[in-house]
Write a protein that binds this ligand. Structure first.
Ligand code: GAR
Length: 206
């Protein structure tokens, strides 16, 4: 597997998306190599999952150790470059990236968001969709640009909202779709590649 398949994962939370990516790699259904996992939170479950799976570099970087967002992001970016990663995969990373970081890795940062973008961007895509009363929501895998949750869309999956849904029950069903969609999209990304036309992602070799 070439260096072009090396990915860094950035995560702030429990790490279930990281877990399914690592499992898909194990079973041979996702041809990427997780070289590095970075979390901004020491207690993130993602760090334990990464250590347990034997990811070569597992880092907790504390934003409070850095003067500002740009300095923190520079430290993350330096670690990512040192690890030789071609792609940055955000998996529940809950910090807004600085414009300098986005420009440094332009077109190489992927995010998963728990709504059908452009609806319900922001920190609570699940709760905002539930409160709005939409009947269908879902998840989106997209490229990251300078606009929050605003980059070109790689893949989406729809999830119906049920009458008795709570935020947790809805999020659980959205996560089931995320766990299918994220490894499949990473596979397609490294195996097929894509070009961008306007805002549209055009997949190659499909
Ligand atoms: C996921 O549902 C992801 O879509 C969401 O955080 C969760 C992380 O779960 N991301 C965002 O809301 C980003 N704005 P995980 O830690 O179990 O992978």
């Amino acid at each position: 597997m070439g260096a072009g398949n090396n990915i860094a994962v950035m995560a702030s939370g429990k790490g279930s998306n990281l877990q399914v990516i690592l499992e898909a790699i194990q079973t041979g259904t996702c041809p990427v190599h997780v070289r590095l996992v970075i979390s901004d939170r020491a207690e993130a479950g993602a760090l334990d999952i990464a250590r347990h799976a034997g990811v070569p570099d597992v880092l907790h970087l504390n934003p409070k150790d850095h003067a500002d967002r740009t300095a923190f992001d520079t430290a993350c970016g330096d670690a990512i470059e040192a690890a030789g990663c071609s792609w940055i995969v955000l998996a529940g990373y809950m910090r807004i990236l600085s414009p300098a970081f986005v420009q440094r890795f332009a077109g190489r940062i992927i995010n998963i968001h728990p709504s059908l973008l452009p609806a319900f961007a922001g920190a609570d895509g699940v709760g905002d969709a539930l409160d709005y009363g939409v009947r269908i929501t879902g998840c989106t895998v997209h490229l990251v640009d300078e606009v929050l949750d605003g980059g070109p869309i790689l893949a989406q999956a729809a999830v119906p909202v049920l009458d008795d849904d709570t935020r947790d029950s809805l999020h659980a069903r959205i996560q089931a779709e995320e766990h299918r969609l994220y490894p499949a999209t990473l596979k397609r990304m490294v195996e097929c590649g894509f070009t961008i036309r306007g805002r549209r992602v055009i997949w190659k070799n499909t």
